[in-house]
Write a protein that binds this ligand. Sequence first.
Ligand code: NAD
Length: 261
Amino acid sequence: MFLKGKTALITGSTSGIGLAYAKALAAEGANVVINGFGDADAIEAERKALEAASGARALYSGHDLTKVEEIEAMMAEAAAAFGAVDILINNAGVQHVAPVEEFPVDKWNLIIALNLTSAFHTTRLALPGMKAKRWGRIIQTASAHSLTASPFKSAYVTAKHGIAGFTKTVALEAATFGITANCISPGYVWTPLVENQIPDTMKARGMTREQVMNDVLLAGQPTKQFVTVEQVAAMALYLCRDEASSITGANMSIDGGWTAQ
Ligand code: NAD
C-alpha cells in the first residue's frame, strides 16, 4: 500500500473514470475525497466501499465545480479533514455536440467552466500544501481531444487543449518542489456514458450493436477496442509512484492508436 498516509482528491468521481481512480488509489491505502453528482445512497455505498478497501478515510464532497465558491468549499473541506491534498486528479467533465454556429452559449460556458477552469481553481488551491510538503501529484483526465479535434465538439476540444497547456505551465512552476503535473489522454473509454448511447444510435442509424461500436464509436480507434477505466486508473497510479517522479509536463495517450494517425 504505497499511498498510505497520502490524501487524493478526485473530481467527478461518482462514476466512470473518476470512480476507477478512487478505487485504485484507495486500494493503495490513500485517503480519498470523492466528488460529483448522483444517487445519495449509491454514493454512500461507494464511499463505504472505498474505506473498506483502503483502511483509510473516504470523504464525499458533492459540490458543483462550475462555481468558484463551491470549489473553494470542497478544497476547504478536504483541508479540514486531511490537512492537505497530496494527489489532485481533475477529472470532472461533460460534453455537448453541435456545430459552432449553433453551439448553445450556456453549454460553451458550462464546458469551459467545468472541464478547464475548475482545474485552475483546484490546482491553485492545492499547490501551496504540496509545495510545503515538497511532494505532490497533479493529474488531469484530458482526452485524445487535447491533441486532435473532431467536428461539433468545439467547447470540449478547446477545454481539453487548454488543460494540456495549463498542465505544462504548472509542471514548470512546480518542478523543483517534488510535484509533477501530467495529463492522461484516453480515447473512447467504456463507461456507462458510452454504453448508454448505443441503443439510441442503433435506432437512429438503423445499425446493429456491433456496427455502432465499430463504425461509429470506434471508427477512429485503430485497435477497435474500448479503453477500460481500469487501464486509465493504472496510469494514474503509476504517475503517483516515485519511479514516475521525472515524468512531468507530459501528455500520456491511452487511445488505442487514435492520435498516431
Ligand atoms: P462520467 O459522466 O461517467 O463522469 C463524470 C463525472 O463528473 C461524474 O462523477 C459527474 O457526476 C461529475 N460531474 C458532472 N458535472 C459536474 C459538476 N458540475 N461538478 C462536479 N462534478 C460534476 O464520464 P467519464 O466518461 O468517466 O468522464 C470523466 C472524464 O474523462 C471527463 O473529463 C471526460 O472528458 C474524460 N474522458 C472521457 C472519455 C470517455 O470515452 N468516456 C474519453 C476521454 C476523456
